[in-house]
Design a protein around this ligand. Structure first.
Ligand SMILES: *Cc1c(COP(=O)(O)O)cnc(C)c1O
Length: 375
């Protein structure tokens, strides 16, 4: 069976983890975490980066930092992972789901303004498949209405929008280093800040509400509980694993890109014959080969295709069941306007195996299996 995903492993993880163990400093913010922070700030030009235990937790930190609360509203796509929504539900906010664009599966910038009410406080965008939303437009809307932007860049590591890195397109950027993402530490994530204005608050939230970071910098002579917080920092052991991946992240993404491009070229005939649709990458966007998906006619055809692929030794999967149709989505939110594309497009989408070091031979098997279905 060609699996849908295999956790990336580069070789150096073991050495770094051993060093972390022998250094006897396994708690958070140890030497490997610091190296990861330096890497992330330098690489992306972020003012600050904080490793977290997950992207879910980075989103929670972001939601806390926005100050959103009961009675406030957040506009977000319904076609996303539940973590995008969970962070705001936890603050007591109301979810306002807006429709996606059928071409990128991202929040449709043209309908956001119609979903804004006097209670709207945040727009939460998701970079689906590592492809950015139309952020220049969304930024203008946010500025016009004094809204903050939380960017769920869980899938966006290494991708760019008009030359700017994903994760730094909003006021708060959230990466995931879950083992299903391009760069991994098993479970983990990061919060990125574009400027220093919220750095201290973020440090306090991440360190159980204490000013421990200021203490370590020597700015205060003892640390105190100063505000609400939680524990969002991962063990240095996980950071050691991550550092090995960050160091060769360009190789990892380039390797995935080879498979992505192979699929895209090999399946073009089917697209030209009108049997499938392929991913669309808007001008100005450079994606990171996080995902290769195709869209088929409808739900019935997709179910049949996934079964056919399985019978041919290929594990393919669909993606999000729209949040507004889930029990929690109904409890905590509403759909603004018409669901023209979210349900329809989500039912047609299927993701093909894609991971670091997927062999060419396996990629060919995948393509052959897709082609044989349509024969
Ligand atoms: C993977 C993912 C998350 C959750 O990431 P974790 O690190 O597992 O918490 C959130 N949002 C999106 C869009 C994702 O793809």
């Amino acid at each position: 069976m060609i699996e849908f995903n295999k956790a990336p492993f580069t070789g150096r993880e073991t050495q770094y983890m051993q060093e972390a163990i022998e250094g006897r400093k396994l708690c958070g913010d140890g030497p490997f975490t610091k190296k990861c922070h330096t890497f992330l700030t330098e690489r992306f030009g972020a003012a600050a980066a904080f490793l977290t235990t997950s992207c879910t937790h980075a989103l929670e930190m972001a939601a806390l930092l926005t100050g959103i609360g009961p009675g406030d509203e957040v506009i977000l796509p319904s076609y996303t992972f539940c973590s995008t929504a969970d962070a705001f539900v936890q603050r007591g906010a109301t979810l306002v789901f807006a429709d996606i664009r059928p071409d990128t599966m991202n929040l449709d910038e043209k309908i956001i303004e119609a979903a804004i009410t006097p209670r709207t406080k945040v727009i939460a965008v998701v970079d689906y498949a590592g492809v950015a939303c139309e952020m220049d437009t969304i930024r203008k809307i946010a500025d016009r209405h004094h809204l903050q932007i939380v960017e769920d860049a869980a899938q966006g590591f290494g991708a760019t929008y008009k030359g700017r890195p994903l994760g730094l397109l909003g006021d708060f950027g959230c990466f995931s280093f879950h083992e299903t993402k391009n760069i991994s530490m098993g479970e983990g994530g990061a919060l990125l800040l574009p400027d220093l204005s919220r750095r201290e608050e973020a440090e306090i939230i991440r360190e159980k509400g204490t000013d421990r970071s200021r203490f370590f910098r020597g700015q205060v002579d003892k640390y105190t509980w100063v505000d609400y917080g939680s524990s969002y920092l991962p063990s240095d052991l996980n950071a050691a694993y991550l550092l090995a991946q960050l160091e060769i992240c360009d190789n990892i993404n380039a390797d995935r890109m080879r498979t992505w491009n192979f699929y895209d070229a090999a399946l073009r005939d089917l697209a030209e014959a009108g049997r499938i649709e392929q991913p669309f990458i808007p001008e100005g966007c450079i994606h990171n080969a996080h995902m290769y998906y195709i869209k088929v006619k409808d739900l019935a055809e997709r179910t049949a295709l996934i079964a056919h692929l399985k019978a041919n030794g290929v594990q393919a999967v669909f993606h999000y069941v729209p949040l507004h149709s889930a029990p929690a989505g109904q409890k905590f939110g509403r759909f603004a306007g018409e669901d023209k594309w979210t349900t329809r497009e989500s039912e047609r989408l299927v993701r093909l195996p894609l991971y670091y070091r997927l062999s060419e031979e396996d990629a060919e098997t995948v393509v052959n299996a897709v082609q044989s279905f349509f024969k």
